[in-house]
Design a protein around this ligand. Structure first.
Ligand code: SAM
Ligand code: SF4
Length: 350
């Protein structure tokens, strides 16, 4: 009885603090959104744009790193950046490649932990190549969060999209990490299985949910960005995944704004940098750099970059014109194009 009461109280406390955190986060975003002098405590740096897989729809890897090039964040740059910016408390490390291919990753984790900086990979990891030392470091240095990109529930379906990937190895890696956490009695890293339905794995949804439950991790479903994918049984897919739309086109038609449009908020709250420090603005930008570099000019100068500030103002403007976007990377972005077409301005989410 006492245990039950205790658990219930803890549960209620956690729910209350989670709700409070959501409100706190929303107000912080609002403040960050309204001021031109950016005060941020989170940034995004791609720890590795290099990847060992060649997924069918991954334009970046298929175009040899596009404009951003192949490389990884070095320990030296990371240490220098953290030392000069004590206000930074959170860094997102994943974007276009696979962070576990970064040879400095363990030392980066150790340094972040020493300095009280939370690391996460919410954009995604394919989790095919993770050494035992990296596993140990993930747990020891309390890496906060990994989103595991696992599109399928068997090697056969998984490897048709995730070219070069090994489903069984990924599941074994997840299991190893969960076991390590259990052994040490720790909660980090928190894990999530991200499943993108495609023509090869549409029948795998229930099986994936069962495997995720067995592994003790939540599973989320994300809409495929490939327009060539048309679900063969949309109603079944909706029922099994809980998705209310099953293509991005359906989402756009319904809401007159693209799926995942809040990526634009990164420009105000947690700006994206390339592995070599070049300012990108948000995670979508794989077309062009701004002129400033995090490791050469420093964070403050990057945030005050003239074109970057111009872009922030345009994104917030009521009726911006396409001409105002001259020389700014967002010009090429499908989210911006839809915002412009449907007259949807960006807002901080409250
Ligand atoms: C380019 S990947 C890089 C990170 C990591 N290598 C991975 O695969 O998760 C960034 C994100 O794109 C997602 N992604 C890949 N192909 C996709 C598709 N066809 N539709 C939607 N998201 C996709 C991945 O699952 C991941 O969340
Ligand atoms: S694993 Fe990620 S980065 Fe690598 S090819 Fe696939 S989607 Fe692209």
């Amino acid at each position: 009885m006492t245990t039950y009461y205790y658990k219930r109280e803890i549960g209620a406390y956690m729910i209350r603090s989670r709700i409070l955190n959501v409100f706190r986060g929303a107000f912080t975003r609002k403040r960050q959104f309204e001021t031109s002098k950016m005060q941020i405590n989170t940034i995004r740096i791609d720890a590795s744009s290099i990847c060992q897989l060649r997924c069918t729809g991954c334009g970046f890897q298929k175009s040899n790193g596009r404009e951003l090039g192949y490389g990884y964040l070095t320990l030296e740059h990371f240490v220098d950046f953290i030392d000069k910016n004590p206000q930074i408390t959170r860094v997102e490390l994943s974007n276009y490649g696979e962070i576990f291919l970064n040879p400095d990753l363990i030392e980066i984790m150790a340094y972040a932990h020493k300095k009280g900086v939370a690391l996460e990979a919410a954009m995604g990891v394919n989790f095919n190549t993770v050494s035992e030392d990296q596993m140990q470091a993930l747990v020891k240095y309390e890496f906060r969060f990994l989103s595991l990109s696992i599109d399928g529930a068997s090697q056969e379906s998984y490897s048709k999209y995730r070219i070069g990937g090994d489903f069984d190895r990924v599941i074994a890696n997840v299991k190893r990490l969960q076991d390590l956490k259990k052994e040490r009695g720790v909660i980090y890293p928190k894990l999530q299985w991200q499943f993108v339905p495609n023509e090869h794995n549409e029948d795998d949804v229930l099986q994936a949910k069962a495997i995720a439950a067995k592994l003790g991790i939540p599973i989320v479903f994300k809409l495929n960005f490939m327009t060539s994918y048309v679900p063969k049984d949309p109603e079944r897919l909706k029922t099994e995944t809980g998705l209310t739309e099953v293509t991005r086109q359906e989402y756009l038609e319904k809401y007159k704004i693209p799926y995942l449009n809040d990526d634009c908020l990164q420009v105000f709250c947690d700006p994206q940098f390339n592995w070599d420090g070049m300012l990108l603005g948000c995670c979508r930008n794989e077309w062009a750099f701004f002129k400033s570099n995090l490791f050469v000019d420093g964070l403050e100068k990057c945030l005050q970059d003239e074109d970057f500030q111009r872009m922030r103002a345009i994104l917030k403007a009521k009726n911006p014109s396409q001409n105002q976007m001259e020389g700014i990377p967002c010009r090429n972005c499908s989210i911006w194009k839809s915002r412009h077409k449907y007259g949807k301005t960006i807002h901080p989410g409250i």
